[in-house]
Each structure stands twice: as C-alpha cells, then as structure tokens.
Design a protein around this ligand. Structure first.
Ligand SMILES: Nc1ncnc2c1ncn2[C@@H]1O[C@H](COP(=O)(O)OP(=O)(O)OP(=O)(O)O)[C@@H](O)[C@H]1O
Ligand SMILES: [Zn+2]
Length: 644
C-alpha cells in the first residue's frame, strides 16, 4: 500500500483543509420558512432602520450640545426661547430660531441667580425630575431590542416548520418535501457508461421491482438493500436513478446528513415518514446518499458521550428495514465513500446484505464516460478523446463530465463552437488542479513512483514462498491510498509460522525497497507499510518469542484478535527498561533484515520490477496472474535469472 502525504508544509501557508477522511459535512442548513413569515424579517428591519434614521435626516439632527457658558451667553443674548432643567442640572431647550440644544449646569448652581437671569430674558422655564439614566437608555435601545427579538422569532419559526412541528408547535409550513424527494427518473443504464459488473449485480433489484409478487409467490426472500461503496463522483447516484428508471418505479431520495438535525427524535420521525411514503408508492426505490452520516457505528460518539439523535435515527432505519414484509416491493439503495465507518448492524442479512463497489473508472471506462458526455458537442478532427481518457487516471465520472464542460466553456470564451485539443488539455489541467486540492490526483512522476512501489509489494508477494498470493495490484487512488496490492490467502489462517511472518515483513517493506532500488531513496508513501511492519515485528519479539536475543518469553497482556493489532494498554509494561531496549533493538534488526532481503530480491529481479511498473502505468490495475507472468517471462528470456 502507498499512502498520500499532502499536509507536508501545508501548515506553513496556514491553509488547513480537512482531508478526504475528514468529518462528514455539516447537516444541510434548513431552508428559510416560506409564506408571509419570510417577509417579516426584511420588512421589520426596514421599519426599525427608518425609525432610527428618519429623525436624523428630517428632524434637523440631534440637539446641539452647548457648554454652560455658551448656554448662558445665548440666554444673555436673548436667543433662548424655552428651557427645561432637571434636578441633576441637565438642560434641554429651544432657541428662538427653533434649534434644539442641550447643556449641563456644572455644580449645584446658584439656582436663584440662574432663575432670575432666565426670567429677565423672558425664557420659558420648566423644572423636571431626572428621568434617570435607565429610561433614556431604554428608549435609545428599544429599536435594537426589537430587531433582535424579530431575528430570534423568525429563526425559531423557520426551525419549527422544518422539524415538522415539535411539541405541538407545528401544523403550518411543513416542508418535508424538501428533504424527501420523490420522482420518476427517466435515467437508464445506457446513460451510465461502463460499470457492467455493477449493473449486473444490481439488475436483480430491477427484476424484483418489476414483479415483487413473483418473489412472494415463490416464497423467496426478496433483496432488501444494496450499499454502493466508492469514491465521490463515481456515479452512485446516477446508477441508483438508472435502477429506478429501468424498473419504472418511483425514486425517493434523501441525504443522510439531511436526516440528522439538532432535535432528538426528528431524524427517526423522518425515517418513518420516508418509509411510509415509500410503502404508499410501492414498488419503489429509497435512495440514501451519504448513509455514513446516520449509519456510523453506534456508541462511537464523540467526547460528549454519543450522539443520541443519530443513534435513534439509525435504529429507526434498522427497524424499518426489518419490517418489510415479503413482496412489499421496496428496495433500499445507499451510497457511501466511507464503508469502514458503518455500523455492522446495517450490513446484516435482511438489511444491506449486499455491497457493490463502484470504483474509479479505468481507462476504457473513462473513454466511455467521455463519449456519453460529449454527445451533441462538436470537436475539431484532431481532438482525440482516447488521449484524454489516457491522460486522466484517477478522474471520477463527475470529473470527466466537468472536464468536458470546461472544455466547451473554453471554446465559447475563444468565440468558437468546436472544441480543440487545447481546450481539452486546458480543461484537464483545471480539473486536475481542483482535484489535487481535494483528492489524490497524481502528477506523472508521482504515478511512476506509485507504480514502482506497488510493483515492489507485488513481486515480493510472488517471490516469497510463504506469502499469500497476489490477487490484484492497482495504482488507482482511492480513499486514503494511492495504490494497493491485494493478497488473497488460500485459506483462512489461525496460526502463523515464523517463516510466514518473515515473508509478511518482506512483502510489507517491498514497496519501500522498490523505491530504494529504482530511485535510490525512500519516500513518505511507505509510512503505513512501516507502521504495520513495525507492529508485526514488535509482536514477534515481545509476544511470540520469535527473537533469539529475548528468548521464549511473551509479554502480551491481553490477546488482540488480529496480527497487526496492538494490545489494549501499552501504558504499563510488565518488563524492565532494559528489556524494552532489547525489544527495540530486535524489532529494528528484524525490519532491517526484511528490508535487506526485499532489496536483494528486487535487485535480482530488476527487469521484472521495471516491466511490471510499466504495465501498471499503462493498465492501472492488473490481476495476480500478470505478476506471475512477468516473473516467468523474465526467467525464460533474461540471463539475469534467479538469485536466491
Ligand atoms: N459512469 C458514468 N457515466 C456517465 N456519467 C457519469 C458516470 N459516473 C459519473 N458520471 C457523471 O458524474 C456525475 C456525478 O455522479 P454522481 O452524483 O452519481 O456520483 P456519486 O458517486 O453519487 O457522487 P457522491 O458520492 O459525491 O454523491 C453524474 O451526474 C454524471 O454526469
Ligand atoms: Zn506500500
């Protein structure tokens, strides 16, 4: 296996981005409530703003603040018409020309003197109680308070109408239709390019949907659910719609994240509504995209101690799927790109008992997808879609659709209606750039490195006597890997011999060894391989007594089920610091020996290594037989025959 390393140096630019296995996207924002209520907020805002602004614009502004001496000068000059003075000495008044003003009398004044002065100038005088700071503040803030209240109220209304009225508040504005979409797609299998295997696996569903009663009559358990697993944009939704189109049945689609809301119980009731709806329209298809949003392992909640809402939603889904009776005519299709996070209960018989992998398209499939998306578009004679298909390893169907569209836009920008090879090239680079930001699209030299790395694993698996045979090698990126070598044990093992473990280590280190042999240096891609190999070596030394230096001792405290798994708590060691040191040394020795052996074998079969890497670069995915074939061809042809 080879894994991508994308965040190296990222932090320097401060541009952190979640990786592909990051958190699920946040639940979709509820759309605003419809009807008159949606007008309330903007209109209310306008009114409040007008309240604040109009006096400023037309009322001649706020009163002018005069200093006390200024005020007195104006009194002396006979300009003042009225004043009102409160017990705190705050003055508000009007000049004879209508100007309003305020002032403040500094110290407890000589009230009598002031009054005489005012009287002498014939100023109308009133004394008031200081209304207190609170009151004036309240008046000042009133518009703001109103505005905040309005916002809060509108928000609540929107939420209630969406949640279908919790606690009896609802009744109006239910907008469930936005969450569950029902339609009758016209999409056909012909619109889905490639993926013949997937179509075949899923066609039983179509049979069933066309005549559910036949299954009931024969007493056959109908298929219930299929989970489509694959990277984003590989056409899972498209395939689901095509199933509905082919069977000519209603298609009810929802998104997993749309189910899970803030309020406990909403998701479960939505699941119930969804299946009620499906039963009414049966035979029908229910499609749940991003099922991982609800179908994650129960009891695996975060620090907050679980996610009740999600668990309730999942339980309801399980109950609904169990509740189908024979011949109910409902098929549930689901899609995810994180199958490993799903609760095992979902995958049990009678629920999603079938998993279909929808991989990234290979070269031939890419050509077919390009053909689907280029119908009705015009190309110059020298534009070759075969070249595009070859130059786009790792692109999904959605990427290819995007590429064609970008190319067409490019042509339009240049004032043309036909698409040139340059348009296609530019569009490819554009989509590739976008992909590199979010996924594992590779540069050519990176692809070469991946091909070499995987060839190393594959050849070692074929060369080591005790290793499990190679089933498949691929350099198509998927999820968190850039390439994978799959081995398939001939039988399930329960006991592992020392020679098997030694071969296991060599195969694990084979990827890195190939990089060392071909490029003269390692890379970050082997991190996962190394971690796995180190874990195995550690258990060989510490748990299985397979190291002469430490002897026949075993320190495993609990017994992990799988070979690569660590014992539960590594915090407390039952052995001394010195023993730890010996363990460390022995682990390093085992790994170094395995690497040396791997490098030696690959040097001896350098021809096969280069040949297999070249085949992988061209075909992207090859079967185990190809690996064996490459080795045999080398034996018969090359003078550099077997070395060990
Ligand atoms: N095999 C294909 N043939 C033709 N078009 C395809 C194919 N695969 C993908 N596409 C194009 O890509 C678009 C996106 O595919 P779709 O939404 O079905 O992918 P998805 O696997 O459901 O993605 P996600 O996991 O992101 O939901 C489709 O609408 C279609 O235009
Ligand atoms: Zn590897």
């Amino acid at each position: 296996m080879i894994t991508p390393m994308r965040s190296l140096g990222r932090h320097l630019t401060g541009k952190a981005k979640p990786g592909p296995s990051g958190d699920p996207p946040p639940p979709a924002k509820p759309p605003p409530a419809g009807g008159w209520r949606s007008w309330l907020l903007p209109i209310g805002t306008l009114i409040v703003l007008a309240w604040l602004l109009i006096p400023l614009m037309f009322g001649g502004g706020s009163p002018a603040p005069y200093s006390y001496s200024d005020f007195m000068t104006r009194v002396d000059a006979g300009q003042v018409k009225t004043v009102s003075i409160d017990d705190q000495g705050a003055v508000t008044g009007t000049l004879k020309d209508g100007t309003q003003f305020t002032s403040q009398i500094p110290t407890a004044p000589n009230a009598n003197q002031l009054e005489t002065q005012l009287r002498a100038k014939n100023v109308q005088t009133t004394a008031t109680q200081s209304g207190g700071f609170l009151w004036s503040a309240l008046i000042g803030f009133l518009p703001l308070l109103l505005l905040i209240g309005l916002f809060a109220w509108t928000g609540r209304q929107a939420q209630q109408s969406l949640s279908g009225g919790i606690g009896g508040f609802g009744g109006f504005g239910r907008s469930k239709a936005k969450i569950i979409e029902a339609e009758r797609p016209t999409t056909r299998f012909a619109d889905v390019a490639g993926y013949d295997g997937v179509k075949q696996e899923i066609s039983e569903m179509i049979d069933f949907l066309r005549a559910p009663e036949r299954y009931a009559a024969a007493g056959a358990k109908p298929p219930r659910g299929v989970i489509m697993v694959g990277p984003p944009g590989t056409g899972k939704t498209l395939i689901a719609r095509a199933v509905a189109g082919e069977a000519d049945v209603p298609f009810l689609s929802v998104t997993g994240s749309g189910f899970v809301e803030m309020f406990v119980g909403v998701g479960a009731s939505r699941v119930r509504d969804l299946f009620d709806d499906a039963r009414k329209r049966a035979p029908s298809i229910v499609f749940i995209d991003e099922i991982d949003a609800i179908g994650g392992r129960r009891g695996s909640g975060t620090i907050t101690g679980g996610n009740d809402e999600r668990e309730q939603t999942l339980n309801q889904l399980l109950a609904e799927m169990d509740g189908f009776d024979q011949g109910s005519g409902i098929v549930v299709l689901a899609a995810t790109n994180r199958p490993e996070t799903l609760d095992p209960a979902l995958l049990r018989p009678g629920r999603f008992d079938r998993q279909v992998t929808v991989p990234l398209p290979n070269q031939a499939e890419r050509a077919a997808i390009l053909a689907v998306h280029t119908t009705g578009k015009h190309f110059t004679p020298d534009a070759d879609l075969g070249v595009v298909a070859r130059a786009t390893p790792g692109f999904s169907g959605a990427d290819l659709a995007n590429l064609v569209n970008e190319a067409a836009i490019n042509a339009v920008r240049a004032g043309r209606t036909t698409i040139t090879p340059d348009d296609l090239g530019a569009a490819r680079d554009r989509v590739l750039l976008g992909r590199r930001e979010t996924t594992n699209a590779l540069l050519p030299q990176e692809r070469h490195a991946v091909a070499v790395h995987e060839s190393g694993h594959a050849l070692l698996a074929a060369l080591c006597e005790h290793a499990d045979p190679v089933a498949k090698v691929t350099i198509l990126p998927a999820g968190m890997t850039l390439g994978v070598t799959e081995q398939l044990p001939e039988a399930e093992r329960h006991l592992y011999s020392e020679s098997y473990l030694a071969d296991l280590l060599a195969v694990r280190l084979g990827g890195r060894a190939a990089e060392l042999v071909v490029f003269g240096e390692g890379s970050t891609g082997a991190a996962n391989d190394l971690a796995g190999a180190t874990q195995i070596a550690t258990r060989m030394v510490r748990d299985f007594g397979l190291s002469p230096a430490l002897g026949p001792v075993g320190y495993s405290s609990s017994s992990p089920q799988y070979l690569g798994e660590e014992a539960a708590s590594p915090l407390r060691r039952p052995y001394s610091e010195r023993t730890q040191q010996v363990i460390d040394e022995e682990v390093s020795r085992l790994l170094a020996e395995a690497e040396k052996r791997a490098v030696g074998l690959l040097r001896a079969h350098r021809g096969a290594l280069d040949r297999l890497a070249a085949i992988l670069l061209e075909q992207e995915t090859v079967d185990g037989e190809v690996v064996g074939g490459v080795l045999r061809a080398e034996h018969t042809k090359g003078p550099r025959a077997r070395a060990s």
